[in-house]
Design a protein around this ligand. Structure first.
Ligand code: F6P
Length: 547
């Protein structure tokens, strides 16, 4: 029996039997049996429309998956999250990103304290600061207004801001430059600053802990760059640096006045923080009102997730279908394919959200799972991906469930190009589902030897997610949709979706290797033979360079 009893549970066993019975049934057969699937297996919420009819699933599958969710306590756990319970058990923390978008009149109590007023106090300070910068009232050290914003952060303190900036570029201040530095590779900083005037540049240093190696290194590089360009006067730091963090002490040690710090709380996970003060660069780009529209979109999906019955609940459906493919079909990945160039960083953002959350191999009580947990998420915008990796999805040997995301309108209408974009999205979901039979291939006059090569089996499952337009509101709803889908999956697997212990080992080992690379007199490093040889090779090159 599995540590959590998941596999042995009646709900799981019922799904396993159902999978056996369904296995081999094609999407063609499913649509023939229920021709109204395309209008029946759909759900709407928070301005998003989900068509899940092109899945290898029947009404019975969905009923059994919902029964699994109930038996795993998904809905009780959801309510516990919204209540502020410490559901991040290994870090003993509440998980309250939903409080970041709660309206002013809501009450969410953590340790006897309503956190909503603090959230709005920070939002108001962010708004006042953004207005000052955007209006030119905030001046740099030499008196020039700010025209460039560089956000420095990594992981959850970077991917959300980058994604949101790219996604909402249409709404951003085009006369300002926004850049993002995350990598400790000095190239990232050099390229971000090479053509900028320090007198007009503001750095937003984002780090929940304010101890992250990459971010602190880049922040120091920014400080040196700024002081060097501005004549070395330390007073310049106050005009050109603001911090976003939970750690006022470290912010102070770095030299940023904590009056220029925007806080958040330990109950906001890094990968769930783009709607906290970590989104300051987003607010600077699109303005406070649009930022609040984005929060309203998040909140609309929160309400939908909390209140809508499971059979019409978008994140629940998306999460359950992900479990279905992951655990019963053995699918190892999910492709996320936005048909919107502005969403080009959305898959990268989702990778941290989904994989740092559900890439876990033990249950909450510490026993090893005996079922697959989080799948690999990946993707690229359509139509570009169609001319690259879609071939493998159509005719390869792996099952890759796909989420297609599209919008009814273009933000940049150009002739009929948006029709072409959306025709491709719709056609891909049709081609993946129904393929092309040998008879159809032959009917096109294909020589017999070529027939097997041109046959597409179909049965490649897809979800289609549509919204009217890409707006701050719809982006918020979309991100919250995936946040809660991740939650649903993690609750079924009984894992902690809110910790990330696995990333610590690499950090620890790097801090040991750093001095070993630098010190040529260091004795033989004490790792394995491969690691030792790599260290020696780099050290020799470094010594040759400096000698
Ligand atoms: O290394 C992983 C991680 O801890 C992420 O979870 C987090 O988003 C990122 O590093 C950055 O952390 P911080 O915001 O504390 O700099």
């Amino acid at each position: 029996m599995s540590p959590s009893g998941l596999r042995a549970s009646p709900a799981w066993q019922a799904l396993a039997r159902h999978w056996q019975a369904l296995n081999g049934t094609t999407l063609r057969q499913l649509f023939d049996a229920r021709p109204d699937r395309g209008t029946r297996m759909v759900a709407e919420g928070a301005g998003l429309y989900l068509d899940y009819s092109k899945n290898l699933a029947t009404g019975e599958t969905l009923r059994l998956l919902q029964a699994l969710a109930r038996s795993r306590g998904v809905f009780a756990r959801r309510d516990a999250m919204f209540r502020g319970d410490r559901i991040n058990e290994t870090e003993r923390r509440a998980v309250l990103h939903v409080a970041l978008r709660a309206p002013r009149n809501e009450r969410i109590v953590v340790d006897g304290k309503d956190v909503v007023p603090e959230v709005h106090e920070v939002l108001d300070r962010m708004a006042a600061f953004s207005d000052k910068v955007r209006s030119g009232a905030w001046r740099g050290h030499s008196g020039k207004p700010i025209r460039n914003v560089i956000s420095i952060g990594i992981g959850g303190s970077d991917l959300g801001p980058v994604m949101a900036y790219e996604a909402l570029k249409h709404y951003s201040r085009r006369d300002m430059t926004f850049r993002f530095v995350s990598n400790v590779d000095p190239t990232d900083f050099a390229e971000a600053t090479r053509d900028l005037d320090a007198e007009e540049t503001l750095f937003v240093v984002c780090s929940k802990t304010f101890t992250t190696l990459e971010t602190l290194t880049n922040a120091h590089a920014a400080r040196d760059w700024c002081l060097h360009k501005l004549g070395g006067d330390e007073a310049a730091v106050a005009k050109h640096f603001v911090a976003v963090s939970t750690n006022a002490e470290e912010v102070g040690k770095f030299g940023i006045d904590t009056a220029n710090m925007f806080g958040f709380w330990d109950w906001v996970g890094g990968r769930y923080s783009m709607d906290s003060a970590i989104g300051l660069s987003t607010m600077l780009a699109i303005g406070p009102d649009r930022f609040r529209d984005m929060l309203a979109g998040f909140h609309a999906m929160d309400v939908h997730f909390r209140r809508t019955p499971a059979d019409r609940n978008l994140p629940v459906l998306l999460g359950l279908l992900a479990v279905w493919y992951n655990d019963f079909f053995g699918a190892q990945t999910v492709a996320v394919l936005p048909y919107a160039q502005y969403l080009k960083r959305f898959p990268a953002y989702l990778q941290q959200l989904t994989m740092e959350s559900n890439g876990k191999h033990v249950t909450l009580s510490g026993g090893r799972v005996d079922y697959p947990t989080g799948p690999v998420y990946w993707g690229e915008p359509g139509t570009n991906g169609q001319h690259s990796f879609y071939q493998l999805i159509h005719q390869g040997t792996r099952l890759i469930p796909c989420d297609f995301i599209g919008f009814m309108r273009s933000l940049n209408p150009l002739g009929d190009q948006h029709d072409l974009l959306m025709a491709n999205l719709i056609a891909q979901t049709e081609a993946l589902a129904f393929g092309k039979t040998p008879a159809q291939v032959r009917a096109e006059g294909t020589p017999e030897w070529l027939v097997p090569h041109r046959v597409c089996e179909g049965n490649r499952p897809t979800n289609t997610i549509l919204a009217e337009n890409l707006t701050p509101h719809s982006l918020g709803a979309l991100v919250a949709l995936y946040e809660h889908s991740v939650f649903t999956q993690g609750a079924i697997w009984n894992i902690d979706s809110f910790d990330q212990w696995g990333v610590e080992l690499g950090k620890q080992l790097a801090s040991k290797v750093i001095p070993q690379l630098r010190d040529p007199m260091d004795p033989e490093p004490d790792h394995d033979s491969s690691t030792n040889a790599l260290i020696r090779r780099y050290r020799a090159a470094r010594t040759a360079r400096s000698g």
